[in-house]
Design a protein around this ligand. Sequence first.
Ligand SMILES: *Cc1c(COP(=O)(O)O)cnc(C)c1O
Length: 379
Amino acid sequence: MDRKAPEQDEPLFVTRPQLPPLEEVMPYLEEIWRTHQLTNKGPFHEQLEAALCDYLGVEHISLFANGTLGLVTAMQALRLTGEVITTPYSFVATANALLWNDLTPVFVDVDPVTLNLDPAQVEAAITPKTSAILPVHVYGQPADVEGLQHIADLYGLRLIYDAAHCFGVEDEGGSILRHGDMSILSFHATKVFNTFEGGAIVSPDAKTKQRVDYLKNFGFANETTVVAAGINAKMNEFQAAIGLAQLQHIDEAIARRARLDDIYREALADVKGIRCPPVSRAARYNHAYFPIFVEDDYPLSRDELYFRLRENGIYGRRYFYPLIPEFPMYGNLPGIENRDWPIAHAASERVICLPMYPDLTDEQARRIAMVCAEPGGSA
Ligand SMILES: *Cc1c(COP(=O)(O)O)cnc(C)c1O
């Protein structure tokens, strides 16, 4: 692997978006310039849908311009109404997509180990207005898919997964994306698999995919028929071409992430007050993030460590802080003042996601761990 030697003063961000080799992208660009097919179900769009079905082990994928439009469209496709139970511990797009559909997010607390929605808390929050559950597989760690499906079936609710973090994650039965009524992926630059911007909906059957495909293209069912007030959320040929080139390198990229995960775990194992994330129970994990939890017996507070890392050129991120319902604009939701999320809140005050991306060298990962282990030392 042609990884250049790390430079000591090169800033290390939480992620460094992956790019395929330029020479592997050029033939795609030449083809686009030759055919002038830029968007609207072009050949690369169709190829990427097929290639992703194959790679991810699912049958029905619809590509999107980005993941947020995928979330918004999924809620339209399932005709959700009223209240949707979701997690406070996620990126704000999860809940914003509900507001764009005039749905009321009902935030409930998470499981202390996985930080994913806790089915018991979900059940306790169901009202006659509830139409769906919207869990997130946080950090790519599978949510309790069986527990959540059980609740959804019992109460006749839809189950939509924000799967933005879990490209390539599998459980014993195959892709984690096969669960629920739909799963939404993000191919944003910062994600494990990127098309610069992009996303996808995984549908359970061809009929659902067809409805999603209409909705992402203004609601057109054919040249002269519009069947719904659709939006424009199509992925273009440039994005699809990037995706096809990226896919050639994804296994290597995930293997590299796994190696860095091992290095962090080993280097931080005996550091008092730093807790590493639980080892994934997934049959195949993607190592999307490496969140550490700064406990009370660590010599610094979470924020002190966060800024100490920055002084050392290491730009971790406090994902997810603050909690979504702690953003001031979410404070206006009816009934929100009667809710609290002690487990999610505690996690949001303890977490720092360390740099995690395939270009990070072993040496850089060890240096980052060293700053965490000896925050007073000169790393
Ligand atoms: C990245 C992300 C999104 C949004 O995806 P975009 O492709 O950036 O629109 C939604 N939910 C979660 C949990 C994310 O991490």
